[in-house]
Design a protein around this ligand. Structure first.
Ligand SMILES: *[C@@H]1O[C@H](CO)[C@@H](O)[C@H](O)[C@H]1NC(C)=O
Ligand SMILES: *[C@@H]1O[C@H](CO)[C@@H](O)[C@H](O)[C@H]1NC(C)=O
Length: 524
């Protein structure tokens, strides 16, 4: 080959990107971890002058679930400086417990559990691999036959009927460990495991990889999901955080995937937060009822971790006391905000941005809301706003507002789940926890935020004993008025925390430097 020709080839490869780098679409701080887990993509970026992420490549980083991942290279590590509150564990165990139940360590445990329950012997074969109790499964060339039993029967109200996939109706062409698979039923429950759906997994005499055996073929990677509750942010984000965690298990975050919602009714699914799906897929969410009467073959299927697993994230989770800051939950927050294009516009140079969440529902309203607002507004250092998060405000707008709240104040209720999207330096004030103290203080701990709640019960007025149509008297079903000066004491405590948070100080500094630079440029 002549020298000239070689030269031409180099130029050519140098200026045509083989890879569409935009499609990674990950928060910049996540890229070194992504590259570390994808050596082929890392190499491609280093060799491509058009790759905008050169600096992110070749770093020694790991989320925490990779083999040989040293603690010093972790994305973050939890802070366990707090009291163990009677849990009989040493300091090391305390840290380990938090890490392995509520952080990336939990994914390491699931990864270590992965067992091949149906073994392929050729490329055309199928496979089924699951974690313990079938809390997470991954399958290739899986066959799901909905042609003999209707998925949605008339007035059926059970979202997770078990009689749909009998023997021979779910399976693959592979060598089945039947006894091993059937022994995983201990967590059989719709939102705890995939056991009910997979228990009849059969070794089939035909190939689901051959199109003549299928009415519908899904060639794209496909997630099948059983959802908790689309109308409640606390519960629905349990679905999303587990989907995100499952993407880590496969280390794949592409949005060119299908999502099928496993629901055995034809009831409409109320979903106030549906825009969040955009962070996971570019395509329409597919209801199971679309597959009614069909023999379905999926080339690459993932059955993600579920929202109500025992000791799962984060519903009803016994969270190790004394620790805060799950890297997994922080990464989830950053991932969602990045993909929904929600940006941090602060911090403000002089002010602390405070949001008071107004519920306007039947119960748990703040009776003297106007007085609380007036008290806060009289302080010039506080930039106060009221948020009414309802269907009139698009969910992205809500997230934008929450992400730009240094202090977020609300009474017990699912709206407090917005704390997941506050900045790292923020404080959440659960004005009153209505005798449910663990729920949002644990969520704040997971997210690594400072949590404050009402401390002096004699400085709060409960309208009445509570009146729920079926549950009767309970602190959650009434309204409250709060003592103003005690309220302001908590607000000032929160403002102090924000002001002294190292990340807040740094962010303020960065912002004023950036402004200064721009002013200098303009003057020139
Ligand atoms: C952990 O948190 C405590 C309390 O907020 C703080 O004083 C300490 O500096 C933190 N430790 C580390 C290693 O960040
Ligand atoms: C899981 O990872 C593999 C390997 O990177 C990829 O080919 C596949 O599409 C991924 N599956 C999903 C559902 O994202």
């Amino acid at each position: 080959m002549s020298k000239r020709c070689v030269y031409f080839i180099i130029l050519h490869t140098a200026f045509v990107s083989a890879y569409n780098w935009d499609q990674l679409n990950l928060p910049p701080s996540h890229l070194p971890f992504y590259f570390k887990n994808h050596p082929d993509v890392d190499k491609m970026c280093r060799e491509d002058v058009e790759c905008p992420f050169q600096e992110m490549t070749g770093q020694d980083k790991c989320w925490g679930y990779e083999p040989d991942c040293d603690k010093s290279q972790h994305y973050t590590n939890p802070n366990c400086s707090g009291d163990k509150r009677g849990w009989y564990v040493g300091k090391k165990e305390q840290e380990h417990k938090f890490w392995s139940t509520a952080d990336f360590g939990m994914l390491l445990e699931r990864k270590n559990e992965l067992t091949m329950y149906c073994k392929p012997h050729s490329k055309e074969d199928s496979s089924l691999q699951c974690a313990k109790y079938l809390r997470y499964c991954k399958a290739t060339n899986i066959y799901l036959d909905f042609s003999s039993k209707p998925i949605t029967k008339g007035n059926e109200r059970d979202r997770y009927r078990e009689d749909i996939l009998g023997p021979g109706l779910v399976g693959g062409h592979c060598e089945l460990d039947k006894a091993g698979l059937r022994a995983q039923g201990e967590h059989k429950s719709p939102l705890q495991s995939w056991f009910a759906e997979m228990q009849h997994f059969s070794s089939l005499p035909f190939y689901p990889s051959k199109e003549e055996n299928c009415d519908i073929v899904f060639n794209k990677p496909t997630y099948l999901m059983k959802l908790d509750a689309g109308v409640n942010m606390y519960h629905h984000f349990c679905d999303f955080v587990n989907l995100y965690a499952s993407q880590h298990l496969n280390n794949s975050f592409t949005t060119d995937v299908n999502i099928i919602i496993w629901d055995t009714t034809s009831l409409p699914y109320g979903d106030f937060f549906s825009v969040t799906w955009k962070a996971f897929t570019d395509h329409r969410i597919i209801p199971l009822s679309d597959l009614d009467g069909k023999r379905v073959c999926i080339k690459d299927a993932v059955f993600p971790l579920l929202a109500r697993m025992r000791y799962g994230l984060y519903y009803n989770m016994p969270l190790m006391p004394g620790c805060f800051g799950s890297g997994l939950v922080k990464a989830f927050s950053e991932h969602i905000l990045h993909r929904l294009n929600v940006r941090q516009t602060g911090p403000s140079k002089e002010k602390i941005r405070v949001t008071l969440l107004s519920r306007n529902t039947q119960y748990r309203n703040i009776l003297n809301q106007e007085e609380l607002l007036k008290a806060m507004k009289s302080d010039e250092e506080l930039e106060v706003s009221v948020a009414e998060y309802n269907r009139l405000m698009p969910f992205e707008e809500q997230l934008k507002h929450s992400h730009n709240s240094d202090i977020f104040i609300g009474i017990h209720g699912a709206g407090l789940t917005h704390l997941l999207f506050q900045p790292d330096w923020a404080v959440v004030i659960e004005l009153y926890n209505c005798e449910d103290p663990g729920c949002y203080s644990d969520l704040a701990r997971l997210r690594g935020l400072k949590y404050i709640t009402w401390e002096k019960k004699d400085k709060l007025k409960q309208e009445d004993e509570g009146h729920h149509p079926t549950l009767g008297a309970h602190a959650k079903f009434t309204n409250y008025a709060f003592d103003i000066s005690e309220f302001m004491r908590l607000v000032y405590k929160a403002a102090d925390h924000v002001r002294n948070h190292p990340e807040f100080i740094q962010a303020r500094k960065r912002k004023s430097e950036f402004k200064h630079e721009n002013i200098v440029k303009q003057e020139l």
